[in-house]
Design a binder for this molecule. Structure first.
Ligand code: C2O
Length: 625
């Protein structure tokens, strides 16, 4: 642009968009002189709070929503009807745990236990493997109605994952996938599973190993194949797996059933590293990583975090049997934990959670930590698990946030993907798709791609083949410029750092917190709105920025790949239709493509494999810190 826009002009441009283009906001902007604009704006935003501001001015549903947030989801109180049949793609399945005869106890961290080290499966000693197998033999030999029995353990996952539990005082089914409970719930599940195994072999140093599929090293033994002991030992073997994926076949972290021929090992390794980078390093914000907030009564609770889509869901499907109707065991949640490999798979995801927290939230400047949700409805949500003494224990999310408090840690492993930022631009030889600068007209290539618009337009689009659209960037870098131009002025009126503005109005997961400061970076989020799919169907699509030539065979280790959405079949929803938003962090990708100043970007969706039907309603750019 070459000139610094005046503060007032920026505010006039940005403010109306932020407060939803309402009449009042327009009045605020146009009718009052400048300091009053700021004061009114701050009063509006601080008085109503972040969530309300994101909804625009108060609406009728606001009060109901507020009531709904006032309490966390409670699965730690036993109702009469505490557990019902699970609804799964294979029909109704009874997987409720046995009723407890004693009362529920509250979890307390056990500081008496020795600290445990979770090691990678491929590096376990033969002594450790023997101990591990012994523990599973004992677990499988327990009476069938003992809640510590292996089948009962698998049922815990089935019950929580396919909606068998109603949360207390409610007829609503609880879901711990596709929302902010995904990471903490699975941590708790593994915690008790590990404690039960340890107590069976009377060894409190026992820890679950992790399947290090994100490690693309070609060393022997290979980390990224099904580890030998799960194939050779009858206690750890499971019939329902895909034999085409036995070693030496490398796990495909972006797998989808019905995909084309396998690629070479070296390409697979590069693609796996790139997928990890895009899904995990680029998931900088709380919401991108953990998934959507979930409060009692939420009618659309689904909003996967990026890692849950892939590599979590993809490795589930890669492992499950292609000969079974729903890719049992691992490829569908009701049966996934019947396969002993479920536990090292999830131990690795739990480890990746710890790795995620060591990565910087910001792309530039001094290190800023990635943040947990601070919402009490998350922190105080409760679940029930049987412990090693067969007691029913009530746990809270807040007690699962540090592995050290739970008494274990992960062996340090080099995570090569942390620096595997793709640098190849797939469309390097084609013309730029949008003007690099707002002052120059778009190129012809961009003009032939239509803009699909935001969901408010009500249009519904089927995703049957590759789909491309132009997406308008409403605020672009104006926020950054606004920051720079107005920061000192704003702070004269308020202690709210201006950097929180995008959060105030995005409805995103980033909460204002102690470690917020003026250097907070805003992440640009691509939101695919009103995505509808069948819960029962395996669904996947990949997302590319400014590469409309992308197709099923386009690799993911290119700059343009922005991320992926993956559904594992489950019958959670009413009418079997999931309505969700797909969100991806794209700041890094835009910077690499030189699009930071572009008014439009081109977004391309590539349905992959034999996906179930998907429709969507629009595209939008949001900002989160
Ligand atoms: Cu609850 Cu990997 O699934």
């Amino acid at each position: 642009m070459g000139r610094t826009p005046s503060s007032a002009r920026i505010l006039n441009n940005v403010l109306p968009r932020m407060v939803g283009e309402s009449l009042l906001s327009r009045l605020l902007v146009t009718k009052f002189y400048f300091p009053v604009q700021i004061l009114c704006f701050l009063l509006l935003s601080t008085a109503t709070g972040r969530r309300e501001a994101s909804l625009g001015l108060a609406t009728g549903s606001l009060q109901q929503e507020q009531q709904a947030w006032a309490r966390p989801i409670d699965n730690g109180t036993i109702d009469l009807e505490w557990c019902t049949q699970a609804e799964t793609p294979a029909g109704k399945v009874g997987c409720c745990p046995p009723r407890s005869t004693t009362s529920v106890v509250d979890f307390v961290h056990n500081t008496q236990l020795p600290s445990r080290l979770r090691q990678p499966v491929h590096l376990l000693s033969s002594d450790y493997i023997a101990k591990y197998i012994r523990a599973y033999e004992l677990m499988k030999a327990l009476p069938p109605d003992d809640p510590r029995n292996f089948d009962q353990q698998a049922n815990v996952h089935c019950a929580y994952c396919d909606g068998a539990f109603l949360y207390a005082n409610s007829t609503e089914r609880l879901h711990i996938h596709r929302n902010w409970f995904f990471f903490p719930w699975h941590r708790w599940f593994l915690y008790f599973h590990e404690r039960i195994l340890a107590s069976l072999i009377e060894d409190d140093t026992f820890a679950l190993p992790f399947w290090n599929w994100d490690n693309q090293s070609a060393s022997d033994p290979l980390p990224n194949v099904i580890p030998q002991m799960y194939l050779t030992n009858p206690v750890l073997f499971d019939d329902f797996r895909n034999p085409d994926h036995f070693p030496p076949r490398l796990a495909d972290l972006n797998f989808v059933p019905g995909d084309g021929a396998p690629i070479s090992d070296s390409k697979q390794r590069e693609e796996n590293n790139a997928l990890m980078y895009k899904q995990l390093v680029n998931a900088r914000t709380t919401r991108l990583f953990y998934g959507k907030e979930y409060h009692p009564g939420d009618s659309k609770p689904d909003g996967l975090g990026t890692i849950e889509s892939a590599p979590h869901n993809t490795v589930h499907k890669w492992t499950g049997s292609s000969g079974k109707p729903h890719f049992e065991d691992m490829g569908v949640f009701y049966s996934a934990a019947r396969d002993p490999i479920f536990y090292p798979h999830h131990a690795n995801l739990d480890r990746l959670w710890t790795v995620w927290k060591t990565l910087p939230r910001n792309r530039k400047g001094p290190f800023r930590p990635r943040r947990d949700y601070k919402d009490p409805d998350w922190l105080n949500a409760t679940f029930l698990f049987y412990d090693e003494k067969r007691r029913l224990v009530r746990v809270r999310v807040r007690d699962a946030l540090k592995t050290e408090q739970l008494g274990y840690r992960y062996q340090d492993i080099h995570n090569a993907w942390v620096t595997a930022r793709p640098s190849t631009v797939a469309g390097a030889n084609s013309k730029p798709l949008v003007s690099a600068s707002p002052d120059s007209p778009p190129t012809a290539a961009a003009d032939v791609i239509e803009e699909f618009g935001e969901a408010v337009s009500g249009k519904i689009q089927k995703l049957e083949s590759v789909f491309s659209t132009k997406v308008k960037r409403p605020l672009k870098n104006k926020l950054t410029r606004l920051n720079k131009a107005l920061g000192p002025l704003f702070r004269m009126f308020s202690y709210v750092p201006l950097n929180n503005l995008p959060t105030l109005f995005s409805g995103g997961g980033g909460d204002k917190s102690d470690d917020d400061d003026d250097d907070d970076e805003v992440e640009e989020i691509l939101v695919i709105q009103g995505v509808e799919l069948d819960y029962n169907k395996a669904t996947k699509f990949d997302v590319y920025i400014n590469y409309p030539n992308a197709n099923e065979n386009t690799p993911v280790n290119v700059v343009e790949f922005a991320g992926t959405f993956v559904n594992v079949p489950n019958s959670a929803g009413k009418g079997h239709i999931m309505e969700t938003e797909v969100r991806l962090g794209i700041s890094d990708t835009l910077e690499q493509l030189g699009l930071e100043d572009a008014d439009y970007i081109v977004v391309t969706l590539v349905p992959r494999g034999s996906s179930g039907p998907v429709t969507f309603k629009g595209f939008k750019i949001k900002y989160e810190t």
